[in-house]
Design a binder for this molecule. Sequence first.
Ligand code: AMP
Ligand code: MG
Length: 390
Amino acid sequence: MISVSEALDTLLSLVSPVAIEMVPLRIAAGRVLAEPVTAQRDQPPFAASAMDGYALKSAEVERDAMFKVIGKSAAGHGFQGRVGAGQAVRIFTGAPVPEGADFVVIQEDTSRTASLITISDHPGSGNNIRPKGSDFQIGTTVDAPRVLSAADIALLAAMNIAEVPVRIKPTVALISTGDELVLPGDTPGPDQIIASNTFGLDAMLTAAGARSRILPIAHDTVGSLRMALDLAADADLIVTIGGASVGDHDLVAQVTEDLGMSRAFYKVAMRPGKPLMAGKIGQSAMVGLPGNPVSAMVCGHIFLLPMLRAMQALPSEAQRPATAMLSHDLPENGPRTHYMRARLTGTDLSVFDDQDSARLTLLADANALAIRPPNDPPKTKGEHLSYIVL
Ligand code: AMP
Ligand code: MG
């Protein structure tokens, strides 16, 4: 058996970053910025008023001082002249502060009669002006790689960057194997169940930036599996589910070998999800996951998500495990890393009693996977345990 980290290193060595494409900003959210992007303008492009009020000279600001209002500066329509001694310009939020002025008295602190204003209240010390380039300047950089958030998109838009270089979405082909499986919505026979793994993994990988496809279910015959793998040939990553151990009907090893895969078959020291197969078929990386629904999903978190990140040139570790306080005792762990479905409430972690790797209800109830290293000694309530968020 090999450790989880050895298995992960091997899997990561099978993939490399995909190519870069330019996409319009509108569809760039959630994509991975591939190269740093640099602002070609200052924001604000001029000293701008932060408030509605009157622009004037700071040296003249004092209570009861009077000013003649000589014009107006509105957003999009600046005042063209210059503010002299004893003068003020009516100004609105976002408008350019006219030349000669270096202070905006907010309108609440003034009283106005015709074209004269008086400072009627003590103006604060802040000048209510956003200096030119105070948000960003020509040359300010948005670093890559990063998953573009809504805030990043707003920033790039403000920088007047209409198209951004992002990683092409890695393509993933998902193949369920097994005579017992039918698709959701089909009518299962008496001995059949519904293929759930490909749907769960499709959702997981799509959310992490993949262009994922669910291929027709492969029956437990060489021909059927071969056909599904042929359909998957153009994918960056092929994932088969089930048929990966050593039972008579477990054909994935045999068929992928026929297709020239320099096969690596690993018994990974983990629960759930011990058997794992990996290699390359042509240009595609291939991973064979165990069929038990929870095993497949846990392997998705532990192995496929890091691979997908590496393919998008992101650091492979999606989340550094955190620690939380156990709300009960736990017996010692066996020789394999155990990923245990658990519920995190505030700072308390409660690990479920039942860890049957076929029970999806328990996975859906969990919001964390507690991680127990091999041979972890017994733990008592109040001790800390690491976990990742689901
Ligand atoms: P296998 O590795 O093919 O022996 O499958 C192990 C268990 O997982 C069996 O109970 C299968 O019925 C089940 N299984 C395999 N593939 C899937 C799938 N795509 N969705 C749900 N269950 C599956
Ligand atoms: Mg099977």
